[in-house]
Design a protein around this ligand. Structure first.
Ligand code: ADP
Ligand code: NA
Length: 348
């Protein structure tokens, strides 16, 4: 059995948002207490769609600053950007040759991101899940804290690990892995109060960096006024309270989302958050005024200090670059020897 190890990453595209924070980051910070953790800024993933090179450099630093501002400790955990550790791309190529076209054809995120003009999507966008498998398995990570949208990609990473173990079984056993397990199939860690935060404009779509409307998400870089404005204008509905009772409001997707975000930020159960909505329903011009006020308060209290810390860290880009260089060195010290064995097993 391999030692438990955590790996996860986020793309340096646009500002991190409340979905990234509640869906993944909160677990990242928590897992630092119990595990060896490796957290990556996945810049190779970012360029699967066009990125302005000057903005990309800045975005890498900004996501790094956001990790640290949210509580990631770069002395304890390994914090680095993907492109500085060449084993990610090298192992991804091997996995391009292990994974089957049929497996990738089933990936729903590619279908969503490529949209109607699929012929014009980059090959990298299509092969993205193989690179993600390499990110994880380059370190033999056993636990991957992510949001619910990544579940299918994690299943693919498990399939790749298993097929690699089968395809190269003889060499793997010869290397001393008596049980034939070279890559342990990684477990997704999809837990916590908000594994799928939805858009503020459409309760059926997830909150995302790639959503065109900035009003659809709360960014870690939003100031108190922007947060208040977005929550105030968050889509609810014009309908009066359902005749069957206010309890029913929780079944409406946009309301369920606001209740869920409030519960996650306040550290209370969804039922307690719904109770607050019900008990304040008569306070304001709309039945949601009380909930939105409470949500704004707790969001500003939680994100304000993070934003201030990101701004402070961004004043010293050289220090951020130094942290990334140091993390890359520590990451390579783990990935290098594993990839050297991969080469042997594959036969080069
Ligand atoms: P995005 O989808 O906004 O571009 P990434 O693909 O970089 O963000 O995802 C980074 C992490 O944040 C992943 O673990 C992903 O599952 C999580 N995540 C992204 N959006 C959400 C969301 N709306 N709710 C919960 N988790 C999310
Ligand atoms: Na995503």
């Amino acid at each position: 059995a391999f030692k438990e190890r955590v790996f996860s990453g986020m793309q340096p595209t646009g500002s991190l948002h409340l979905g990234n924070y509640l869906g993944a980051m909160v677990n990242w910070i928590e897992m630092q207490k119990t595990h060896e953790c490796i957290y990556c800024v996945v810049d190779l993933h970012a360029i699967t769609v066009w990125q302005d090179p000057k903005e990309l450099k800045n975005a890498i630093r900004q996501v790094t600053a956001a990790y640290i501002a949210s509580g990631l400790d770069p002395k304890k955990s390994i914090l680095f950007n993907q492109s500085q550790v060449p084993e990610h791309a090298e192992l991804a190529w091997v996995f391009n040759c292990v994974a089957r076209l049929g497996w990738l054809n089933r990936m729903t995120q590619f279908k969503e991101k490529a949209g109607k003009d699929r012929e014009n999507a980059s090959v990298g966008l299509y092969a993205y899940p193989n690179l993600m498998a390499a990110d994880i398995l380059a370190y033999r990570a056993t636990h991957v804290p992510v949001g619910e949208d990544q579940k299918q990609h994690l299943e693919l990473a498990r399939d790749i690990a298993q097929k690699f173990n089968n395809d190269f079984r003889d060499g793997i056993v010869e290397k001393g892995y008596a049980d034939g397990i070279f890559f342990p199939p990684p477990d997704p860690v999809i837990t916590g109060p908000a594994t799928r935060v939805m858009s503020l404009r459409d309760g059926t779509k997830k909150m995302s960096k790639s959503e065109p409307s900035d009003m659809s998400r709360i960014n870690l870089m939003d100031d108190a006024d922007a947060i208040a404005d977005k929550i105030k204008r968050a889509k609810t509905d014009m309908e009066p309270a359902p005749p069957s009772g206010l309890e029913e409001l929780g079944a409406r997707p946009e309301i369920d989302n606001l209740v869920g975000i409030y519960a996650a930020l306040a550290g209370i159960s969804k039922q307690a958050a719904l109770d607050l909505l019900i008990s304040t329903a008569t306070e304001g011009p709309s039945i949601y005024t009380g909930l939105k006020r409470a949500l704004t308060e707790v969001a500003v209290a939680r994100l304000g200090p993070i934003r201030a810390e990101i701004i402070r860290l961004m004043n010293d880009p050289a220090e951020i670059d130094r942290i990334l260089a140091d993390g890359s060195k520590r990451a390579r010290a783990i990935a290098g020897p594993i990839y050297a064995e991969v080469k042997d097993v594959v036969g080069f």
